[in-house]
Design a protein around this ligand. Structure first.
Ligand SMILES: [Fe+2]
Ligand SMILES: [Fe+2]
Length: 356
């Protein structure tokens, strides 16, 4: 192996290792019970389903994820702290896009249910384009995530289908809200667009929105998933997805400073958008107007940063601090979970207004 190739391999390894790392906040890879999915009856949402599938079939983004001539010119050297956070942002984004791709492709490959097979094929197509596009941006920084290796080596978490529905629905919708909020902000402040990839976010977020709609329809066709004890699970996933984003974003202040966005304001906006959208299907929302909710998220974020500092310090002291942070975080999360939710006033029959 010559020196250049050895260096390339080391760089691919470094970013792939980061993408492979499992922490509470890092994107995960999922597998689910395909036999259970085979039984899904979608007849009650037939017309909405077909309208949505026509959108997928028309594939309005087929030529979108291609770099234009200006792309390379707009890639510039970034200050070291921003460079580091932006790299982290790209690696965690490529991992989460690819996580969707792997899950949808796996279901498509093994399932016989014709409607789900078709849907999963289209969603895997979209996520593979997204992941490939981010990976090409990483290449400009002499980095690349080895997606084939990641598919084989990353740990998979098994989730029952209903957990996949709650978690994936929310991550698709939160992805939409994040991309559109960044895109609209940078439209107003083009001087802060420090990388060309953000120009792609508007049409990109339409894909994520549609993926979210697909899961909403599957839940609508199976309303028992939205009732009884399942409401406790919905509350858990709403909180877990929202808190993960809040804590992760607050460890990336440089990135938000470069956008000229206040991290807390940005997160509040994204979570409000996601929460409003989720009323299309969930019977309640978290009470985002209660200031205690945000204070507790701030506490979780502070504990996560203490935990990270202790991890970096290492030793017995570090270990003890980390143990204490875990116990305290669990307590804050439990208090958040116990907070009263806001009932969804939209009647079940009118909730799912098609957005396409
Ligand atoms: Fe995506
Ligand atoms: Fe998606």
């Amino acid at each position: 192996m010559n020196t250049a190739t050895a260096t390339d391999a080391a760089l691919i390894n470094e970013s792939t290792e980061r993408a492979k790392t499992e922490t509470l906040l890092s994107p995960r890879f999922y597998r689910t019970d395909i036999k259970a999915l085979e039984k899904m009856d979608l007849s009650s949402v037939h017309d909405e389903w077909e309208a949505m599938m026509d959108e997928y079939r028309n594939d309005s983004n087929s030529n979108h994820f291609v770099r234009d001539e200006k792309f390379a010119e707009e890639v510039k050297e970034l200050p070291p702290a921003l460079h580091e956070e932006f790299k982290d942002f790209l690696i965690s984004s490529v991992t989460s896009e690819f996580s969707g791709c792997v899950l949808y492709a796996d279901i498509k490959k093994h399932i016989k249910h014709p409607q789900l097979k078709e849907l999963m094929g289209y969603m895997a197509r979209d996520e593979s384009r997204h992941a490939g596009f981010i990976n090409s941006a990483l290449k400009d920084f002499d980095l690349q995530v080895n997606l084939g290796f990641l598919r084989k080596e990353k740990k998979y978490t098994y989730f029952r289908p209903k957990f996949i529905f709650y978690a994936t629905y929310l991550s698709e919708k939160i992805g939409y809200a994040r991309y559109i909020t960044i895109f609209r902000h940078l439209e107003k402040h083009p001087e802060n667009r420090f990388h060309p990839i953000f120009r792609w976010f508007e049409r990109w977020c339409n894909d994520e929105f549609r993926h979210g709609e697909s899961f909403a329809l599957m839940m609508k066709a199976n309303p028992h998933l939205l009732r009884g004890h399942n409401k406790l699970w919905i509350r858990f996933f709403l909180l877990a997805v929202f808190a993960t984003m809040y804590v992760r974003d607050h460890s990336r202040e440089e990135l938000h400073n470069a956008f000229g966005i206040n991290t807390t304001e940005y997160d509040r906006k994204v979570l409000h958008i996601t929460s409003e959208i989720s009323k299309q299907i969930f019977p309640f929302a978290l009470d985002l107007d209660n200031e205690k909710f945000w204070q507790r998220l701030d506490r979780l974020s502070a504990l996560s940063q203490l935990n990270e500092a202790a991890r970096a310090r290492g030793g017995l002291g570090g270990l003890l601090t980390r143990a204490k942070c875990s116990v305290l975080s669990f307590g804050v999360f439990a208090r958040l979970y116990m907070m009263p939710t806001v009932p969804n006033e939209l009647p079940e029959t009118v909730r799912m207004a098609p957005a396409w």
